[in-house]
Design a protein around this ligand. Structure first.
Ligand code: RAM
Length: 360
């Protein structure tokens, strides 16, 4: 874990004073592990940065949930990148974000099919480990993207941005919107989700800052990345805490459902809502005054970076060791950081001034 001093430094860098958040070198949405360099630890191989990029590979995307529009956009980004690299894309995965055993069976099937690499967004950090380790033993490269497993169970984690910046800035946004006063709640996705849980830890740490002394986190609810459950959970939060002042929903499914509920209720514009959403989903709620501002990264770029990382691993250009650098097409060059994590970049804050510039 990061030292408190480093965390504060990272938080300062990520202050929401501009629309684009500052990049931090503070690590991604990853689980701690004794091993620092996951990929290298697995293979013992040496990277050859000059090796030719292999063509004709098959790279499978296994998202948390196939019918989630966020993953549709992300995986399409992966598909486009693989096509440009001369490799084949496939996608498979569960339709529910709480089907952890389903995700394990998909890993096993992909292993039997002898894909060259897989990009996985983990529903649960531990559940997938044994299957992913087995895949790596069979010389299948494993990239996690969006939501990590434990570090020793994959070669590289492609993170959307620094987990710390994502967590802290959502609290900073809500604090500004609330004038730093009132009871707040979190509406998360699945209770096991590595990414959401890591962000929530940073949210709680951010709330320890004295400037939030009049803001109290009263509850964390789970909508399981299901529209109906998220809608009902929002309704339940307002019933349980009628004086609730604000909600943070760090999931594209959750924030959309919460906005839908608030927008049709007496709480519209009164209960503040922020979190992580896609501009396409949230545009109407920003325009009708339900939501002031929220944030996200470009999911298509996350998918593309996962694809490039998988191909770089399969080509031997990288092994997953800290400090290794590789090219990811139009996205530029990336360097692997601590615990085998690569950060895509910086999240963007969307509000009524800029939302029309973003079409995803
Ligand atoms: C949902 C998923 C995903 C998360 C986004 C923000 O689509 O939970 O894992 O990264 O929201």
């Amino acid at each position: 874990m990061l030292s408190p001093a480093l965390r504060r430094g990272c938080a300062a860098l990520a202050a929401v004073t501009s629309l684009t958040l500052a990049a931090t070198a503070c690590g991604g949405t990853t689980k701690d592990s004794a091993k620092d360099d996951a990929g290298a630890a697995q293979s013992g191989a040496k990277a050859d940065p000059g090796a030719a990029t292999k063509k004709g590979l098959t790279v499978a995307f296994l998202p948390k949930q196939v019918n989630n529009p966020y993953f549709t956009v992300a995986d399409r980004g992966g598909e486009k990148a693989l096509k440009a690299l001369g490799s084949t894309y496939k996608e498979t995965g569960p339709s529910s974000a709480t089907d952890t055993s389903g995700q394990v069976s998909y890993v096993n099937t992909l292993m039997q099919q002898q894909v060259d690499a897989m990009a996985v967004s983990a529903q649960d950090p531990g559940a997938l480990c044994t299957a992913l380790k087995q895949a790596m033993k069979n010389d299948i490269k494993v990239v996690t993207y969006d939501s990590d497993t434990n570090t020793e169970c994959r070669n590289v984690f492609v993170s959307q941005a620094s987990a710390e910046a994502i967590g802290r800035t959502q609290v900073q946004l809500l604090g500004e919107q609330l004038g730093y006063k009132g009871d707040i709640a979190i509406l998360s996705a699945a209770q096991t989700a590595t990414n959401q849980n890591t962000w929530i830890e940073f949210m709680k740490d951010e709330l320890k800052d004295p400037k939030y002394k009049d803001m109290k986190l009263v509850k964390t609810a789970y909508g399981n990345d299901d529209a109906q459950q998220s809608f009902q959970q929002t309704q339940g939060l307002l019933q349980e805490y009628p004086k609730l002042a604000g909600i943070i929903s760090p999931t594209t499914v959750g924030i959309k459902a919460a906005a839908q509920y608030l927008s049709g209720s007496k709480y519209k514009g009164k209960v503040k809502l922020t979190g992580l959403g896609t501009p396409n989903d949230m545009r109407q709620y920003v325009k009708n005054g339900t939501v002031e501002g929220f944030e996200l990264w470009d999911p298509a770029k996350l998918g593309a970076l996962a694809a490039h990382t998988a191909v770089a691993l399969s080509s031997g250009q990288i092994t997953g060791k800290k400090g290794e650098t590789y090219k990811a097409g139009d996205l530029g060059s990336f360097t692997i950081g601590d615990k085998g994590v690569v950060d895509l970049g910086e999240p963007t804050v969307f509000d009524k001034k800029n939302i029309d510039q973003f079409k995803f």
